[in-house]
Design a binder for this molecule. Structure first.
Ligand code: NAD
Ligand code: DAU
Length: 346
């Protein structure tokens, strides 16, 4: 493994992963292949381009475009594909599922076909805990659990996982899958809850908490996820999936409290609004399988949230232009007419 194609490498996790890999492996080359949707941004990689010279290349392209994918793989002599490219936001998938089916399902198929056609390249699929659906009682999702996705986003990602398994079983494609939890950290588009709430709070705008805010999520620092993906790439068993999370969960309300405390902003900014349709109540994964390979998370939820908040406080150059563009229209569409259930007491 030496020449990696990282699809979706201009997005949030992909850009953190590219930086992490280039720093860790001085003999690796990384080609980012990215369509640059609203979520993909060249500025996420501007320091990478400056720091790593010809060990790094960028190709603008769509993973649904067979010819473009094949051309990039051949031109850069790629031996390993890591597929981060996806439509990723659950609320957008509820409003407009089409792009999710295109990219997350058909795009995954195109990459798998190209990998097979070029002599069974090593393939790694970045997946999500959402494929397990919402988790009851004290259970923590195991890699062997049935997939039970409940949103168009989660269903499109589950379809991707099934395709990867099928290519491994049918064509012996050397493939692995990792399923990450709710990542937070630098360069996350401010539609996702933590950057949305930090940037709202910095503007003294209300924080729209869906429903009662007692949904459970595993807020994981993005570098812990990158380390887990790296380990699965190098030491994971082919044909296997690996969960990557802290193995713990916290309520959204607790996350909001930590976030507001770190900012020194009042709890009165919390505004409970109409819930997300089909909102999954709880995600939590068992991560023993990855830990058996020698991985453990470096950050607790609280450390991850506080560190992420500080990044947004220190980097308005990154998020202020985003919030003044396409984002405004999106925000109005999702939140403009949303019913307010209650305001938080101070
Ligand atoms: P993101 O939305 O920040 O970035 C997605 C990237 O994919 C963007 O750069 C975008 O331009 C690119 N892209 C989208 N469609 C494309 C296409 N057709 N062709 C080429 N590029 C395309 O996403 P993220 O949060 O960084 O998530 C990355 C991956 O990790 C996704 O597969 C997602 O399902 C998975 N994941 C995310 C989380 C999370 O909490 N964010 C958790 C677990 C798994
Ligand atoms: O669990 C992994 C998944 O995490 C990834 O696969 C997805 O790509 C990523 O978007 C994320 O999905 P979520 O739906 O969990 O993330 P989001 O940040 O949208 O929401 C996190 C929680 O916060 C969820 O319970 C919904 C709630 N929320 C979200 C928004 C945007 C609110 O209460 N208010 C909001 O305005």
């Amino acid at each position: 493994m030496q020449n990696l194609l990282v699809t979706g490498g201009a997005g949030f996790i992909g850009s953190n992963f590219v930086r992490y890999m280039l720093e860790k492996y001085p003999d690796y080359r990384v080609v980012v292949f990215d369509k640059l949707t609203y979520a993909g941004r060249r500025e996420n990689l501007q320091d990478v381009a400056a720091a790593f010279g010809d060990r790094y290349a960028f190709v603008q392209g769509d993973i649904c475009d067979q010819a473009a994918v094949r051309a990039a793989l051949i031109a850069h002599d790629v031996d390993t594909i890591v597929n981060f490219a996806a439509e990723t936001h659950v609320d957008r998938s509820i409003m407009d599922p089409d792009a999710f089916i295109q990219t997350d399902v058909y795009g995954t198929y195109v990459l798998l076909e190209a990998a097979r056609d070029l002599g069974n390249l090593r393939y790694h699929q970045i997946s999500t805990d959402e494929v397990y659906g919402h988790i009851h009682g004290d259970h923590r999702s195991l890699e062997t659990d049935n997939l039970a996705p409940r949103s168009p986003y989660a269903a499109s990602k589950a379809a991707g996982d099934h395709l990867v398994n099928a290519y491994h079983i049918t064509y012996d494609l050397p493939a692995t899958i990792s399923r990450g939890a709710n990542n937070i950290g630098p360069f996350q588009y401010p539609e996702k809850v933590v950057p949305l709430f930090v940037t709202n709070a910095l503007n003294d705008m209300p924080l729209p908490v869906y429903g009662d805010g007692r949904q459970m999520r595993d807020y994981q620092y993005v570098l812990d996820h990158c380390e887990g993906v790296d380990l699965v790439l190098h030491a994971g068993a082919l044909g296997e999936a690996y969960n990557i999370g802290t193995g713990r969960e916290m309520t959204n309300l607790r996350m909001v409290e930590i976030l507001l405390d770190e900012l020194g902003k009042p709890r009165s900014l919390i505004q409970h609004v109409e819930d997300r349709q089909g909102h999954d109540r709880r995600y939590c994964m068992n991560v023993d399988k990855l830990m058996a390979l020698g991985w453990e998370p470096d950050y607790t939820h609280e450390e991850a949230i506080r560190k992420t908040v500080r990044w947004y406080v220190n980097n308005p150059w990154w998020w202020e232009p985003i919030r003044s563009g396409e984002f405004k229209e999106y925000y109005q569409r999702l939140y403009g007419d949303r019913q307010i259930i209650s305001e938080a007491a101070e």
